[in-house]
Design a protein around this ligand. Structure first.
Ligand SMILES: O=C(O)CCC(=O)C(=O)O
Length: 259
């Protein structure tokens, strides 16, 4: 096992601390940030199946309860009705994880979440709905945009590493199917293949419904779903980073690799 530190906690009451973390690019867990979102309490798996079962969503294939990040094709995504995905999950399927852009879903989804004021007006904004069975893992990777991942139902554990730790994680090259991923597995460290992993500095945090974790751009994150989970993430970028984020989207689209 590798050593991990707990992440800085920001209670929801200290509303001015959250934007200052984002300004200083310091990761933080914001407890209860989404306590007043209509989605909270309304987005159980059963309620989503009943209300939106016919909606087409994007899922990514998983193998051994880990999202597949193929060296040639990246994520292996497919479209299917939300109801079919949730029925399979209720029956014990662990071969897929849902990651669907909120902008492609019926407006009720966007209406039941709320972007915090300190990122709501950024010129680059994207968000995804995530649904996964207990035990699912998204392997360590990094994103170009700032990211607030908000838990709605169930629990997840995030393990984070700063950009300064990249060398310890063996980042994938730009031509890999998952160019923002890495070779090392922080949960099952293989020090023979990845000897520099031994020195990596990690922070860990568990999210419960209403909690959010702020991950500054380029911070590495590995995610383990602890209980059947529904969550939403918000990505945003400003200034030159907006251009980089849009360029990265185009690069992945041009290479037809999952985003
Ligand atoms: O929740 C997950 O499994 C992955 C989430 C993620 O990678 C993100 O929010 O950027």
């Amino acid at each position: 096992m590798l050593d991990v530190r707990a992440l800085t906690e920001v209670p929801a009451a200290s509303g001015d601390v959250a934007p200052s973390c984002a300004e200083r690019r310091v990761p933080a867990v914001m407890r209860g940030l989404a306590a007043s979102w209509p989605a909270l309490g309304a987005w159980s798996l059963d309620a989503l199946a009943a209300r939106h079962g016919g909606v087409e969503v994007v899922t990514a294939r998983a193998s051994g309860r880990q999202v597949v990040t193929d060296a040639r094709h990246g994520l292996e995504q497919e479209r299917r009705p939300l109801g079919a995905f949730l029925a399979a999950m209720a029956g014990g399927a662990v071969d897929a994880c849902l990651m669907s852009p909120i902008g492609d879903l019926p407006p009720a989804f966007a209406a039941e979440i709320a972007w915090p004021g300190w990122c709501a007006r950024a010129p680059f904004r994207r968000s995804k709905l995530w649904i996964a069975p207990a035990g699912m893992v998204s392997p360590m990777h990094r994103d170009i945009a700032d990211n607030l991942h908000v838990q709605v139902t169930g629990r997840k554990r995030f393990t984070l590493a700063a950009p300064s730790q990249s060398d310890h994680l063996y980042p994938n090259g730009p031509l890999h199917g998952f160019p923002n991923g890495c070779g090392a597995d922080v949960e099952h460290p293989d020090f023979t293949r990845f000897p520099r992993l031994r020195g990596v500095e990690l922070s860990v945090v568990e999210l419960a419904p209403g909690d959010a974790v702020y991950m500054p751009r380029l911070w590495w994150h590995h995610v383990r779903t602890l209980e059947a989970s529904v969550s939403v993430n918000l990505w945003w970028a400003r200034g030159a980073w907006r251009v980089v984020a849009e360029g990265t989207d185009l690069f992945k689209r041009a290479r037809r690799i999952g985003r």
